[in-house]
Design a binder for this molecule. Structure first.
Ligand SMILES: Nc1nc2c(ncn2[C@@H]2O[C@H](COP(=O)(O)OP(=O)(O)O)[C@@H](O)[C@H]2O)c(=O)[nH]1
Ligand SMILES: [Mg+2]
Length: 253
């Protein structure tokens, strides 16, 4: 991980016209040497055009425009590819709605000095959520508890999209081969990082619910996430039993 390299901040957007300008401005205020990579999925509200104008005005800003709503997972992958082209390290992801406040970016990047994956975490001391209804709180806590228990993940916030990955992590884990899309992409990525032996650290953040625009999380995403956790759990069981078989074998003479 280079002290001399520039970080990239990948921001997937879908209908974030009310947030994008201020967000990009604040990211660059907190991290002036960052590249900002907006990945817009042809947002009907014109977010892509606004992002494009920001990119014209400032060479640190880049925009990837995709033809339609292709999902969060592949949006990250497209952003990572661009970050690689730019030679960025580390490579961060964050939401566009200020739930992941740019003020935490310096601490997140600092985390990358010592850990391979640095996570902006709601579920460690000092972290938390505000403006979330009971249902959303239970859902998020429950999802984390299940993912942590079944998959043996060390992080307390496994569904957080506020992360900094060292370049080397993405080279090894190859995010384009992650099967899950949408929100469960994040859980699968973390699982793969941990399996590959990368070290994670958590930085406490207060996650404020969006003030502008609407959430895109749906019931379908929640079911898909449950399916992903089960698939990864089976993967874990199968590889643990393979491990037992390999090590249980008597040595060949
Ligand atoms: N490019 C792209 N961005 C998306 C898509 N779905 C959600 N996003 C963005 O991903 C981030 C998280 O979505 P959000 O609706 O805030 O989810 P929530 O915070 O979990 O309710 C936001 O920046 C969204 O604009 C998608 O299909 N494509
Ligand atoms: Mg949000």
């Amino acid at each position: 991980m280079g002290q001399d390299t520039r970080p990239a901040i990948v921001v997937p957007t879908y209908n974030e016209v009310e947030n994008i300008s201020q967000l990009v401005q604040e990211i660059l205020a907190y991290v002036p040497n960052a590249y900002v990579i907006v990945v817009d999925d042809n947002s009907p509200d014109g977010t892509g055009d606004v992002a494009e104008a920001l990119a014209h005005a400032d060479t640190r800003v880049h925009v990837i425009r995709r033809p339609g709503k292709l999902g969060l997972g592949t949006a990250y992958v497209a952003g990572f590819r661009k970050a690689f082209e730019l030679g960025a390290d580390p490579i961060c992801t964050m939401d566009a709605d200020f739930s992941h406040h740019p003020r935490y970016l310096p601490a997140l990047l600092e985390g990358s000095q010592t850990a391979d994956v640095s996570i902006g975490s709601r579920y460690i001391p000092g972290g938390g959520t505000v403006n979330w209804g009971l249902q959303r709180r239970i859902l998020s806590r429950g999802a984390n508890l299940v993912a942590r228990t079944l998959l043996g993940l060390e992080a307390h916030d496994c569904t957080a999209g506020f992360r900094a990955y060292r370049r080397e992590v993405l080279l090894t884990v190859r995010p384009e081969t992650v099967q899950a899309d949408g929100y469960s992409y994040l859980v699968e990525m973390l699982y793969r990082c941990q399996r590959a032996g990368f070290r994670t650290t958590e930085i406490p953040i207060i996650f404020a619910d969006r003030e502008r625009g609407r959430s895109k999380i749906s019931k379908r995403e929640i079911f898909k996430a449950m399916g992903t956790v089960l698939r990864l759990f089976l993967d874990r069981v199968v590889s643990a039993s393979r491990h037992l078989v390999t090590f249980g074998r008597s040595p060949v003479k």
